[in-house]
Design a protein around this ligand. Structure first.
Ligand code: ADP
Ligand code: MG
Length: 679
């Protein structure tokens, strides 16, 4: 067996299984070896039932004493199966919902082992939906828990991982002996073995350190070898130092905040110098980033250049286009709009006018970076909500011009050290002040049908006062539809109560979505029921209420973004977060949202509750997926790997030496087709 062999060479993997594995990105045995556990469960020993504690997941075993199907949960949707499990020390209740089929497989007197987290229910501990198996087959030790997909079970994954162990020695190291020694790393084979099947926590930690180092080494080498960090030599796009930005600012209906002014000054200084601008604007939702970007775009046109702006959703791109084309028309500037869903003839017209310079400002979605788009002389590129785009997309936009000025905007806070990885030597401007007159948004967390109805009574009063409301529901799978309110369900309910209610979701035709948003913007609709398609950027100042259904399903950072859709005008605004059921976590999250309107603080708290992977996850920032490494927690490893990568590329810029072959292959695999590497 070889590393590059298909996983079908492993016993028990047929074509059907292979398909399921492909969904996990696993095609070869090597891919399987590089599928690392997400977490581990400490099942060192089987616990006495009497020693089980609330909230602490544990392995326990015993005989099934009594078993009973019966009763329905609220809404008569789910049938409950209860059993009593007893060992020498005591008994505990085990509950399964919607699992009447289990009553056929589990019988009184069976000896089973369970793994689950006890919770308190009416003064007694119970375990809901534990994993279970026959007591005699249960594995103990530190058990790896792998990422799965439908058609691949945990047990199967572990079995195959065991089959692959003889190949560990064949995996090539991407680090040289010196690098390993200099950084006190463990041997690669040891690392792979101990990340899959650790005997001690300490071994696992050493193993992880080594593998994280490897990942960062590949990441840093790739980023350094990409165009992202290409140094610019010579004369760049230099805008006129004519104070034209002031003309535009004077035309605004409000003065800029001090923070916005400072931002404009920093940008202007970049624009009028020969070195191309490379700047990130970071500002919380509602801090007024758009107008700062617009000022720079105006200046580009006054200096004889074109400017382009890319936004992550069609709704947001259109909103920018509508606002800006109106503002710029007053100065005789022509603004164009480009999205993928446009009709061919319309698109052709826009492409022609962009190419010959008739369109001076182009706003659009990903369509803007497609190969057929070429500009006459693009001097400024802007990415809005940049965290929604990948590294390669940002670079593609930049490549549309000849060393154009680059501006990216985001409301998602990024630690400085991470920003360096993501943006190279990008300068950062911060808008740390809100436009005046904004009242903090009043936020309430609630649960239960009564509270929910009161919330909609409140919405009704706001509507009577002429305001509008958003109601957001999560995206749900059909399989879990019974646990969460779907967008149609909520829409039907609210449409019966509020005459001017509309619904919007991702599966609709673009023209339909545009029309719905336009009506909401114009105040022709009172209530907009939506999935998260309105999450970023949308600006309708007359909307004062944001209701989030099933708020427990959203991340805090996302709730903060959603809440940022209101409180954009002169009226007091409100946000209601409706949780389904009550849990401690939901309560904690609710408290954070009620107490703070500071995106940085919320992101930090979210980090504590959920762990960093999900917020500063590389995917959110458009980097290739790291399997183990976590940018924030492993900053020291990142820095060490960065130094090594730098030194290596200085000696062998194209990784041409045979000993650097494994690293080169790994980098190419990591970045795939996504990024042009100068290797
Ligand atoms: P974000 O930073 O979230 O992109 P926007 O640029 O959409 O925020 O601005 C939010 C709202 O604030 C818009 O309605 C905008 O017109 C308004 N706004 C921006 N700057 C100011 C200001 N200096 N004074 C008053 N209102 C402002
Ligand atoms: Mg914005």
């Amino acid at each position: 067996m070889e590393l590059q062999d298909s996983i079908t060479t492993l016993k028990g993997v047929g074509p059907k299984k292979a398909e399921a594995f492909a969904r996990l990105g696993v095609n070869t045995v090597e891919d399987l070896i590089f599928t690392f556990p997400r977490i581990y469960e400490d099942r060192k020993d089987i616990k006495d039932i009497a020693a089980l504690k609330e909230g602490e997941a544990a392995l326990f075993a015993g005989a099934v004493d009594a078993i009973r199907t019966g009763g329905f949960t609220r809404g008569r949707r789910s049938r409950v199966l209860r059993m009593l499990v007893t060992d020498n020390t005591g008994s505990i209740e085990v509950v399964f919902f919607n699992a009447a089929y289990l009553a056929k497989t589990i019988k009184r007197g069976d000896r089973l082992a369970f793994f689950g987290k006890p919770v308190m229910n009416r003064d007694r501990l119970q375990v809901v939906h534990p994993q279970f198996e026959k007591e005699e087959t249960v594995q103990t030790g530190i058990l790896p828990i792998y990422p799965l997909t439908s058609g691949v079970t945990q047990r199967e994954m572990r079995r195959l991982q065991k089959l692959a162990t003889p190949l560990y020695g064949q995996v090539e190291s991407i680090l040289s002996e010196e690098t390993v020694r200099r950084n006190n790393l463990c041997d690669l084979e040891y690392a792979i073995r101990n990340v899959h099947f650790p005997e001690e926590r300490q071994h696992y930690l050493e193993a992880k350190y080594r593998l994280v180092f490897d990942e960062f080494m590949a990441l840093e080498t790739g980023l350094m070898a990409s165009k992202m960090n290409e140094r610019f030599e010579g004369e760049g796009t230099k805008f006129l130092n004519d104070g034209s930005e002031e003309e535009f600012i004077k035309s605004l209906p409000y003065p800029l905040t001090r923070a916005q002014q400072r931002c404009v000054e920093e940008i202007t200084a970049d624009l009028i110098s020969a070195k191309p601008m490379n700047r990130l604007i970071q500002g919380d939702v509602g801090s007024g980033k758009t107008v700062v970007a617009q000022t720079a775009m105006y200046k580009a046109v006054r200096s004889g250049y074109q400017a382009a702006m890319m936004a992550p959703t069609e709704i947001l791109a259109r909103q920018h286009y509508e606002g800006m084309s109106r503002d710029f028309a007053a100065f005789g500037i022509k603004t164009g709009f480009l999205t993928g869903s446009m009709k061919a003839a319309e698109k052709r017209q826009v492409l022609e006018e962009v190419a010959d310079g008739t369109i001076q400002i182009l706003i659009g979605t990903h369509a803007v970076i497609q190969p057929e788009v070429s500009f006459r002389n693009l001097g400024l590129v802007i990415t809005d909500e940049q965290h929604r785009f990948g590294v390669s997309q940002r670079i593609k936009l930049k490549d549309k011009g000849e060393s154009p000025n680059v501006l990216v905007m985001t409301a998602t806070p990024i630690p400085r050290t991470l920003a360096v990885v993501l943006y190279g030597d990008m300068d950062v401007s911060v808008i740390d002040e809100m436009p005046p007159g904004r009242m903090p948004i009043v936020t309430h967390c609630l649960s239960g049908e009564d509270a929910r109805q009161k919330c909609y009574d409140f919405v009704e009063r706001q509507i009577q006062q002429g305001r509008q409301a958003y109601v957001v529901t999560p995206l749900i799978d059909e399989s879990e539809a019974m646990d969460a309110r779907s967008v149609t369900q909520v829409y039907e309910e609210l449409a019966a109560r509020f005459a001017r209610t509309e619904m919007i979701h991702g599966a609709m035709k673009q023209s339909e979505k545009d029309a719905i948003m336009a009506r909401f913007s114009a105040g022709e609709t009172d209530v907009l029921v939506s999935t998260v398609v309105i999450e970023v950027g949308i600006n309708v100042p007359n909307a004062t209420v944001m209701v989030v259904e099933n708020a427990e399903r959203f991340g805090l950072a996302q709730l903060h973004q959603l809440r940022g859709r209101v409180g954009r005008g002169q009226w007091q605004s409100y946000c209601f977060l409706i949780n389904e059921g009550r849990s401690e976590l939901a309560e904690q999250r609710g408290k954070i949202m009620e107490a703070s309107s500071d995106g940085f603080y919320i992101a930090e708290e979210d980090l504590k509750l959920r762990g960093p992977g999900e917020i500063f996850g590389t995917r959110q920032h458009g980097l290739p997926d790291m399997k183990l490494a976590d940018m924030v927690r492993h900053m020291d490893v990142l820095n060490a790997a960065r130094d090594e990568a730098k030194a290596l590329l200085e000696e062998d810029p194209r990784l041409a030496r045979p000993e650097n072959g494994p690293l080169k292959r790994r980098v190419e695999k990591l970045f795939g087709e996504d990024l042009t590497l100068n290797l």
